[in-house]
Structures are given as C-alpha cells and as structure tokens.
Design a protein around this ligand. Structure first.
Ligand SMILES: Nc1ncnc2c1ncn2[C@@H]1O[C@H](COP(=O)(O)OP(=O)(O)OP(=O)(O)O)[C@@H](O)[C@H]1O
Length: 237
C-alpha cells in the first residue's frame, strides 16, 4: 500500500500573548505515517493535543518545526510550508475534514450543502445530487428537510448533514474530528460503515473517536500522544 501522509517530528507550542506570554507546549515531535486504506486513531488523555494535531494536519495552525508531507496530485507536498492558495487546493482535492459541527450557510438547502464539495471537485450536478440523496437517506435525515436550510435543524440533524457533506467527495485523505460524538447507535453504525467504505476505496484516514466501540471498529493503528510538560512563562531574549 502506498503512503499518503507522513508526519515527522511536528512541534507546536501555543503562546498566549495576551496572558503574560504564557507558553503551552502541546506537540513535541509527533511522527507517524498513514498508508492508503488505513485509519490511524489519535489517542491520549483529554488535553494532550489530539485536536491540535488534527488541525495542524489540515493546515489550521503554523508549526514550530517538523514536516507534514501529503501526497497531493501525484507529488509530495509539505503542508507546513504550503502557501494559502495551495492549501485551498489541497483542501478542495486531497484532504477532507469531517467534524461534528456544521458551518451553516443561510438560505442554502441541506441538499446543496452536501453536494457542494463534489461540485467543487468538478463533479456534475446530477451525480452530486444522486450521491447526496443516498447519503442523506443512509444518515436518516428526513426527506422533508432536504430542501430547507439547515440553520433551524436540530443539533443531530446538522451533524448528519455535515457527515454527508464530508463523505460525498472521494478525498484521498480524510481527517475525522469526533464525527460520531452524540450520534445515536443507529447513526453511529452508519458512520462506521462510511469510514470502512472510504478505507476500502483507498482513503488514508486520521481520526479522533472518544467512543471505544467505534475506535475498535475502524482503527488500524493508534497513535499515542504523550502529555507535555505544563505551561512556562516566556522569557525575554
Ligand atoms: N488555539 C489555542 N490556543 C491556546 N491553547 C490552545 C489552543 N488550542 C488548544 N490549546 C491548548 O492545547 C492543549 C491541547 O488541546 P487539544 O484540544 O488539542 O486537546 P485534546 O487532546 O484534543 O483534548 P480533548 O480530548 O479534551 O478534546 C490544551 O491544554 C488546550 O488548552
């Protein structure tokens, strides 16, 4: 199996400039690799830096060192050095992000919200619509809601619309930030199926799952994040 993502010695310290320059060291050399068709689950106690690492992989945070190499359109690209325009392109075509939270866009229907990533990748509207309908059906979002904007949906309905949106495009790499949090058992099982299908088509997946049962059913490897030393005050240099 080909490697899709290589994380080498990634370091990250948050500096709280408006709180006396307190430094919070979070990642002190995260290193792991993910092959196509594999799911690596980030593991560690609360506050050890799982979300920070996942967000860093998506390019949300600058790093203090290390490399995040992703296979993007046939070449290796270091996410820590990528300019903003490249990051947009990587997020459109290579790395998908699925969380439990939907960023609601006023007046855009649930169906359109779900179709959007596939259309942005160049997919046709008919195919995107058909695929969105299948996903919304599998995730038990009632048909009468599909043409409505999700702003008024329940938390669980919004969460399932977001999952459909995250799985509609065949991203080579998927980052999953607790996508099953607060779903009921039926819908959790659907998400597990979607993750397994993504692995079967060759997606490389990195995820955070607090639900042990879900973790056991999708993980090929656990990546253990070690707790860092506590905060230190910034010293003048
Ligand atoms: N944007 C930020 N600015 C400053 N500190 C942050 C920021 N994001 C996270 N932290 C700190 O970094 C540490 C790691 O947080 P993170 O959310 O990555 O942990 P986690 O392992 O995902 O926790 P949990 O399992 O509770 O969700 C925490 O001490 C948190 O306070």
């Amino acid at each position: 199996m080909t490697c899709a993502l290589k994380v080498s010695n990634v370091r990250k310290t948050f500096v709280l400039h408006n709180q006396n320059g307190i430094r919070l060291p979070v990642l002190s050399g995260a290193s792991f690799a993910v092959k196509q068709g594999e799911c690596v689950v980030l593991n560690g106690r609360s506050g050890t830096g799982k979300s920070t690492l996942l967000r860093t992989l998506y390019g949300n945070y600058l790093t203090d060192g290390g490399e995040i190499a992703v296979r993007h359109q046939g070449r290796w690209l270091d996410m820590t050095q990528a300019p903003p325009r490249t990051l947009v392109n990587v997020r459109r075509h290579t790395i998908g992000w699925v969380s439990q939270f939907l960023r609601v866009i006023p007046r855009i229907s649930a169906l359109e919200v779900v179709m959007q990533p596939m259309i942005e990748q160049g997919g046709g509207r008919v195919e995107a619509r058909a695929r969105a309908e299948v996903l919304l059906t599998r995730l038990n979002v009632p048909v009468h809601l599909w043409q409505l904007a999700p702003a008024t949906f329940s938390g669980g309905e919004q969460q399932r619309v977001n999952i459909a949106r995250g799985f509609i495009a065949d991203y080579p790499v998927l980052l999953l930030d607790e996508p099953t949090a607060s779903l009921d058992a039926t819908n959790r099982a659907v998400v597990v199926e979607l993750i397994r299908e993504a692995k079967a088509r060759g997606a490389a997946i990195v995820g955070i799952f607090h639900d042990e049962d879900v973790r056991a059913r999708v993980a090929d490897h656990l990546y253990e994040i070690q707790p860092e030393a506590g905060p230190t005050r910034q010293t003048a240099n």
